[in-house]
Each structure stands twice: as C-alpha cells, then as structure tokens.
Write a protein that binds this ligand. Structure first.
Ligand SMILES: Cc1cc2nc3c(=O)[nH]c(=O)nc-3n(C[C@H](O)[C@H](O)[C@H](O)COP(=O)(O)OP(=O)(O)OC[C@H]3O[C@@H](n4cnc5c(N)ncnc54)[C@H](O)[C@@H]3O)c2cc1C
Length: 420
C-alpha cells in the first residue's frame, strides 16, 4: 500500500474522564485513529467540580472553539479568612478585573485569574461531546481488565471477555487504573489521615464578590469554595479523621441533614452558611499511592491520575493531566510526524522523552500538594494556626508574592512553543 493510502494507526485510550477525550481530540487531529473505552455509562454524575488553572486552560485553548464553550465561571477574586475561634479575621484578598466571557480571555488573563470553577459533570460532558463531534469512537460500559503486549501491537481485554487490538495504548483510567496494574502490578493505597467533605450550595448573602475563591483557615480544618455556575458554589472541607472510603458517591438525604450540624456550620464569612444550605454533599478519604519510577512499558503508557495520582490541595490533578497530553502529543509528533504505525523503538523514544519531562514535575507537585494539606490546611494548636494565618496575611499583603507562589504549580506546559 502506498504511504498515502496506508491504514490509519489505531490507538486505544482507556478511560473517558478528563484526559481521555482531550487526548483523543489531539491524536485524531494528528492523523491517528483513537478509540476510547470507558468503564461507566455516559454522563454519570460523579464528583463535584474542578478548578481549571492557567496551565490546563492553555492546553484546552489549542482545541479550536473549546475554550469559548467551557460552561465554567471565571473567578476574578480570591479571599483568605481565618476562622480560628477568637481570631476570626480577613487575612487578605486579591482581585483581577477581566471579562467573564471566556472567548475574550487573553494569555495574560489566564495567568492572572485565580482560575475557572467548573462542575465536573458539565466539563466531562463537553469534553466527550467535543471528541464525538471530531469523529472519535467512544465505547461506554467497557471496563478494561488487562493488556497484553505483542511485537507490534497491544491487545486489550474487557470484563465481558471480549478484546480489541491497537498499535499502542494510553492508560487514562484515573486513580484505580487497571492499565497501571497490568504494567506494574497491584499496589497498596495508603490513607493520608485526611478526609474531605464537599458540596454544592448557593452563594452566601454576606458575600460581596460572587465570582470568588474563598479559603477559610480554621483550627484542624480548612474550607475552600468557588463559584461553578449561576448562584452555585462548590466547596470542600479538609480535616484529619479516622479512615474513610475513597468514594465519590453523594450522601443520602438523612446523612446530608446530619452533616449540616458539623462545627463548620458555625464559621463566619459565609463558610457556615455554605454548609447549612448545601443540597449535595460527598465525603471521601484522601489516599496516597507509591510514586512510579517509569510510566511506560513497551507499547503502553500512562497519563494523568493513572501515572501520578495526587492529593487535591493544589487543585492541579486535571491541569497536570492536560499538561501530560500536550507533551505526549508533542513528542509523538516529533518521533512519528506522519502518524504511521510506529515501531516499538519509535514509541520508546517518544515515551522516554515524555516521561523525562513530566515525571519530575508531577513528582514535585504531588509532594507539594501533600505538604499544603499537612502544613497549611490541617494543623493543630492555636499558636501554630496563628503563625500559619500570619504567613497567609504576609503573602497576600503583596499579591505579586501570592501569584508567584501560585505560578510555580500552574506555569506550563509550553517551552517556547504554543502549538502542537
Ligand atoms: C476531592 C478532589 C478535588 C479535586 N479538585 C481538583 C481541582 O480543583 N482541579 C484539578 O485540576 N483537579 C482536581 N482534582 C483531580 C481531578 O479530578 C483528577 O486529577 C482528574 O480528573 C484526572 O483526570 P484523568 O483523566 O487522569 O482521570 P479521571 O478524570 O478520573 O478519568 C478516569 C476515567 O477512567 C475510567 N476508568 C477507570 N477504570 C477504567 C477501566 N478499567 N476501563 C475503562 N475505563 C476506566 C473512569 O471511569 C474515568 O472516567 C480533584 C480530585 C479530588 C479527589
């Protein structure tokens, strides 16, 4: 067959969460034939929300028209409050005036806004719809249980006993990745000692700024809140507690009423009101997983949470998955520009370069996220809490320092180039 008539290179993507459909859009546009397999039904309503930050938004901006359609809220304000009993105070605030119309956001805006709050359901729906419209095949309710490598292909096995085969496989199957288990064996997830209680609520009446990210620093607990829709706020309380399951299922109504009596319901600055008026809540434990030394084996490579699961305290999980995509597609283009069926050697070069760039960065961020949880958000003793509050006050007294701290996590992924 002449090279212009060759069969397109099929790539199996395991998982249609955040990373799967975005990666599929990029690969399709480069001449590959991505096929996505997802374990659950389409548009299932698990989880709450995400905070998209500059780095993630910059990758999404490379898919024509996508940024304009994001059904999220551009936050133009941040506020930091202490809720330590007897020491309640506003510790700082930051405002960046910009258009609420995502189509008008410049790169400078993206770097300066606190972020874009978005409901996970809305985001995932848009991403899968975008991939389908680009002609990507997505198969729901197809759980991958194993992968088998051959000399020049990979066979993926599903729970129902059926199989499919592709040139190479990208595991975008999140924190419970079976692709990761197939490559590197089963590992123990260890409880970090922290839980989160999250929910959706209307905006408290006392808030002057509605499009705002609030950080409430209490004794032994922390609450974050940001707007994700018209009069809809997503929040999460982090604290140290006995072990809790790693589930994303919403609690039932009687538990919801019980959780509204939580001590945080007494907090000021609108925090207590968020809890009291919540109409959906989820409670889950936060778990650590061992850091992998490598993310690929032969023709199979990991991406996103499957490669580098993280505590949520930097709000970078999805944003880092998007950075991964940028670099994986970039190196595939570098080593296999015509998107022809690659040899294992070509894939090795691409995967090695991808991992060389991404593994050290995500490793540092996973550690930093854990530290923010343990050393900033959930700390014991009034004196330690007041010292923490002073450091927040000092940081945001000069917003340039605060933004510089934030930029460490959210700068990227472009290194002198903005397209792939
Ligand atoms: C409490 C909390 C708050 C968070 N807040 C933020 C935030 O503010 N900002 C941020 O950027 N990130 C946040 N994250 C992290 C973010 O949700 C994840 O990092 C992000 O979704 C990772 O994308 P992914 O595509 O790798 O995995 P996921 O989005 O989890 O997608 C994995 C997909 O694979 C599917 N799947 C799993 N196993 C299989 C299988 N065997 N076969 C087929 N399909 C399979 C799953 O059903 C799922 O759809 C938060 C996480 C938590 C826990």
């Amino acid at each position: 067959m002449a090279s212009s008539e060759r069969a397109p290179t099929k790539v199996i993507i395991v998982g249609c969460g955040v990373a799967g459909p975005v990666l599929a859009c990029f690969l399709k546009s480069k001449g590959y034939t991505p096929v996505v397999y997802e374990r659950i039904v389409r548009d299932s309503d698990g989880g709450l929300s995400l905070m998209l930050q500059a780095n993630g938004l910059r990758v999404l901006a490379l898919i024509p028209g996508l940024l304009d359609q994001l059904p999220g809220v551009v936050e133009d304000h941040m506020e930091f409050c202490s809720t330590v009993p007897g020491h309640e105070d506003q510790l700082g605030e930051y405002t960046y005036i910009t258009s609420s119309d995502t189509a008008k956001l410049t790169m400078e805006d993206l770097n300066n806004i606190p972020g874009m709050g978005i409901r996970r359901y809305d985001f995932l729906h848009l991403l899968s719809e975008t991939a389908l419209q680009a002609g990507v095949e997505i198969h729901y309710e197809r759980k991958v249980v194993d992968v088998h490598q051959h000399a020049d292909s990979v066979e993926v096995k599903f729970e129902d006993g059926t199989t499919d085969t592709a040139s190479f496989v990208v595991g975008c199957d999140g924190i419970h990745s079976n692709t990761r288990v197939s490559l590197f064996g089963r590992e123990e997830a260890s409880y970090t000692g922290l839980t989160q209680l999250g929910g959706f609520s209307p905006a408290p009446k006392s808030w002057k700024h509605k499009n705002s990210m609030f950080n409430y620093f209490g004794e032994e607990s922390h609450m974050i809140s940001y707007q994700v829709g018209p009069n809809l706020n997503s929040w999460a309380i982090t604290r140290r507690e006995a072990e809790h399951k790693e589930t994303w299922r919403a609690v039932d109504d009687s538990m919801l009423q019980e959780l509204k009596k939580d001590p945080v319901s007494e907090w000021s600055f609108g925090a207590g009101e968020l809890l009291q008026t919540a109409h959906k809540m989820i409670k889950y434990g936060l778990y650590d997983r061992p850091e992998l030394k490598t993310w690929y084996k032969g023709r199979v490579v990991l991406l996103g949470d499957a490669a580098h699961p993280t505590s949520p305290h930097l709000g970078q999980g999805a944003n880092q998955a998007l950075e991964d995509i940028y670099h994986l597609v970039r190196v595939l283009m570098k080593y296999n520009p015509s998107a022809e069926d690659p040899s294992t050697e070509v894939l090795k070069n691409a995967f090695e370069e991808y991992e060389g760039i991404r593994l050290p960065r995500t490793s540092a961020l996973v550690k930093q996220a854990r530290q923010v949880g343990d050393k900033m958000r959930v700390i014991s003793g009034v004196d330690a809490c007041l010292a923490r509050d002073e450091s927040v006050r000092a940081t945001w007294a000069n917003p340039e320092i605060g933004l510089r701290n934030l930029a460490r996590a959210r700068t990227g992924p472009f290194e002198g180039e903005s397209e792939i």
